[in-house]
Every structure is written in C-alpha cells, then in structure tokens.
Design a protein around this ligand. Structure first.
Ligand code: DAH
Length: 344
C-alpha cells in the first residue's frame, strides 16, 4: 500500500491536463467512485492497526493534494478556453489607446507665436542660464535694484562682477538679439523664466514669458498700441478693448501696463476681473535709449518698443484657470480639459 500511495503522490504532483475533458477524466480516475484513491480508502479499513496512523495521514494528504490539483487544472483549462475564444474573434474592437494632449501652456505659447508671426515677427531664443549683464545691466537696471537681490533671483555663481544666474525674464533675449541682428528687428522671444518666489495660486518659481521687440527708424508709441490691440483681439476675441496705464520699467521709457476688457463679463464687472471690467496682461514701453546704446544701436536714428507677458497669465485669463499651480501638477483631470482645444 505504501508503494501505491507514493506512486499516486508522484502522479498527482506531475499532473498536466490541457482540456476540461482531460481534467474530468483524471478526476474520475483518481477520485471517482471507483477511482484509485477512493479504492485505497476502502482498503485502508483492513490495514493492520499499527500501520493505520501512518497510512491514514498519507492517504488524507494524497486526497487533499489531488483535489486541489484537479481544481487548479480545471481553472487553468477554463481560462485557456476563454483566452482562445477572444483571441480568435477578429471582429472585436481593439483596446483604445488614450491619446495625450498638448499642455495648456504650450497651447497658449503656440497661439501667441502664431499671432505675432502673422504680424511679421521672427522667433528668437536665448539661454536660461544667463549672466547679470544680459538680464540686468544692459537693460538699465541700477546696480542696487531689488531684482538683483538673492531674494528674487536664483544665482548659479556669485563673487565676480558678472555672475551667472537663472534668467528672471525673457527681456534678456532682447539684448542678445540687438547685439547680433541687423536692423530693423522684429522678434518675439518665448521662454522659461525663474524667480525665487514662494509657490502660491498667483506665483511660482518657474513660469513662461513671451517678450516682444520692434526696432526701426521712426517707431512710435502709437505703433506699440496698435500691435498690442491687434494681438489682444486675435487672442481674446474681436470685441476686446485695451487700455494702458503708466508704469515703470528700467528698460523702457515711457512704460505702461496693458489691460484687456474682461472677456467673461465684457466690462460689466465680475469676480474674475474683481469688478473692474479689466484684466492686466502685460508690461510694455518704448525701449530706453540707454538700452539701445548699450547694444550698439544709434538711439538718435532708431527707436523701438518692447513688451513682455506671462504665458500662464494669458492662459489663465483665456480659460479661466484660477490657480497657477494647476499648470505644474500634471493632474490628468486638469490636462484633459484642454484635449479639444483648437488653434486660433
Ligand atoms: N520683463 C518684464 C517682467 O518680467 C516684463 C516687461 C515689461 C517686458 C515691459 C518688456 C517691457 O519688454 O517693455 O516683468
């Protein structure tokens, strides 16, 4: 009996069946009414009492293992059948691939670039790791201006007259363009900028700007106003109005801040425009003669205008996003809102 139990244990351990039918046949052979294991249980009744304990334990274990193995093979055979059936049905629709979509900041940047390209502007780029000269000095920032403070600017190297830093605005690309381009110049400079700010709904340490620069003979403030009005209408709709408020930037004189009429309430006053009917979109002005001269442009002969806007800000106003942090968190629920955005 011991030998037969051992043989059957081996058989159970190495059992392999492919189909439901084979499994059922094996179940009958081992555990059916006249199955080999069932018969062993019958024979067990007449086993000598001193062997009962040993054989009893072995038989019980064998039955348990055989039952478990049969169940396992049954389940495996069932899933193969199911798998074979679905693989075989070539008329079933495929698993859909979820398509990604462009990030709202990219969508806004592309729209801004497209509008200015239409007006004849080229696109210029410059380095994100810049030097003090191109970010501050050539733009007429006095040596002790607060923007040059460690609190506002991320420095990469310090301790020499022209330290490396992460650019705090894309106005630095103005300078690089003026240094190397032939006149007239008409460019926009989109790019990433960095400021040492605490992150909140309204401020972030990384964001994006588009800088604009137009230099030629006889460029006036009226040209600036017209360029911005045309841009605002393309970006926010043909009914959009603009207004300019006097402001100050070291690199422009005179300087202004530009508001567009609120595209939600159309000037009536709502919570987006805080009841004023206007939304601020950019800073601008006539390029300061000092800035032209610093880059070797004759300020007696040439004049120009510049403007700079935050891309996140434009996107927030266009799509009513109320928290800057959404742009950086990569929450798919937010990003998917823009999957159907169409170009201007
Ligand atoms: N560079 C300014 C900033 O980061 C924005 C700006 C204002 C750019 C006026 C300009 C300008 O070109 O004329 O806040």
């Amino acid at each position: 009996m011991r030998e037969r139990i051992e043989k059957l244990t081996e058989l159970v351990n190495s059992l392999k069946c492919k189909t439901d039918k084979e499994v059922e046949e094996m179940r009958v052979r081992l555990l059916g009414k006249k199955g080999e294991i069932t018969l062993l249980f019958e024979e067990f009744r007449s086993v000598a009492p001193e062997l009962k304990r040993e054989f009893g334990q072995k038989l019980n274990l064998l039955k348990k293992d055989a039952t478990a193995k049969i169940e396992e093979l049954k389940a495996a055979a069932a899933s193969t059948v199911k798998g074979a059936a679905s693989a075989g049905d070539v008329t079933m629709p495929g698993e859909p691939h979820q398509l990604g979509s462009r990030h709202p900041v990219s969508i806004a940047r592309e729209q801004i670039v497209k509008i200015f390209r239409k007006f004849g502007y080229d696109v210029a780029e410059g380095p994100e790791v810049e030097d003090d000269y191109h970010v501050f000095e050539a733009l007429n920032f006095p040596p002790n201006h607060p923007a040059r403070d460690m609190q506002d600017t991320f420095f990469v190297s310090t301790g020499h007259p022209n330290p490396l830093l992460l650019r705090t605005h894309t106005s630095s690309v103005q300078v690089r363009t003026m240094e190397k381009s032939k006149l007239p110049i008409r460019v926009i400079c989109p790019g990433r900028v960095f400021r040492n700010e605490a992150i909140s709904a309204r401020a972030h340490c990384i964001f994006h700007q588009v800088e604009g620069l137009y230099i030629d003979e006889g460029v006036t403030f009226a040209d600036l106003k017209q360029a911005i009005l045309l841009f605002a209408r393309e970006m926010f709709g043909p009914e959009t109005k603009i207004r300019m408020r006097p402001s100050y930037f070291p690199f422009t004189e005179p300087s202004a801040e530009v508001d567009v009429s609120c595209n939600i309430c159309h000037g009536e006053g709502c919570n987006i425009c805080k009841g004023t009917g206007w939304l601020e979109i950019m800073g601008c002005g006539m390029v300061d003669p000092n800035v032209l001269e610093a880059s070797g442009i004759d300020s007696k002969k040439y004049s120009g205008f510049a403007f700079g806007m935050g891309i996140e800000r434009i996107a927030m106003l266009k799509w009513q996003v109320n928290d800057l942090r959404h742009y950086f968190e990569n929450d798919l629920r937010f990003l998917r809102e823009f999957s159907t955005c169409v170009d201007v």
